[in-house]
Design a protein around this ligand. Structure first.
Ligand code: G3D
Length: 183
């Protein structure tokens, strides 16, 4: 893994998936890999999974547990990140401010300067999910100056929005080296 942290040596893009616990990161990871998870367990530490769903672009997704005690170590995994995927639980209105605060902390890490990110408003198929526009408004666009970013509604459970999410991921990955196409 050390070689993947070195920008000079890696051949794969490094995509990091983060989010609070229960946001749906593990379900999403397995769904993106074409697996179906029957049951998930809280992620401890991180999983490194090669993702071939993006055609010929090999990506590595690091699924980092969002439990409070592990959040302190997030910064250790950020070096060499090409794209951050940050998963929000659209049904957890109460924790949205906490999720945004944690995202701000991650983005303020020196390793994250100029790193593009994709916000996934997950669990959108749930009846009590906040609509994407509402989530977008609550996030406050002005916070994210200096980063290319996109927001995408999705459901890791049904797969809704995931093809679009992968497309965004691919364009954000390019934007890391070539600048934002759109903000
Ligand atoms: P985490 O890896 O971010 O901690 P998990 O989250 O992937 O373990 O998911 C936490 C719970 O949310 C799981 O339910 C999982 O089934 C559910 N979940 C994940 N994605 C979605 C989604 O898109 N829609 C809905 N409705 N639920 C989702 P349990 O009941 O096992 O805790």
């Amino acid at each position: 893994m050390g070689s993947m942290n070195s920008r000079g040596h890696k051949t794969e893009a490094q995509v990091v998936i983060m989010g609070l616990d229960s946001a749906g990161k593990t379900t999403l990871l397995y769904r993106l890999k074409g697996y179906q998870l029957v049951e998930t367990v809280p992620t401890v530490g991180f999983n490194v999974e090669p993702l071939e769903a993006l055609g010929h672009i090999p990506l590595v997704l690091w699924d980092i547990g969002g439990q409070t005690q592990l959040r302190a170590s997030w910064k250790d995994y950020l070096e060499g990140t090409d794209v951050l995927v940050y998963v929000l639980d659209s049904t957890d209105e109460a924790r949205l401010p906490e999720a945004v605060a944690e995202l701000m902390k991650v983005l303020s890490n020196p390793n994250m300067v100029g790193v593009p990110f994709l916000l996934l408003a997950n669990k959108q198929e749930a009846p009590d999910a906040l609509p994407l526009l509402e989530i977008r408004n609550r996030l406050g666009l002005e916070r994210f100056q200096g980063h290319c970013w996109e927001i995408q509604a999705c459901s890791a459970l049904t797969g809704q929005g995931l093809p679009e999410a992968l497309k965004s991921l691919r364009s954000l990955r390019k934007s890391h080296s070539h600048g934002c196409v759109s903000m």
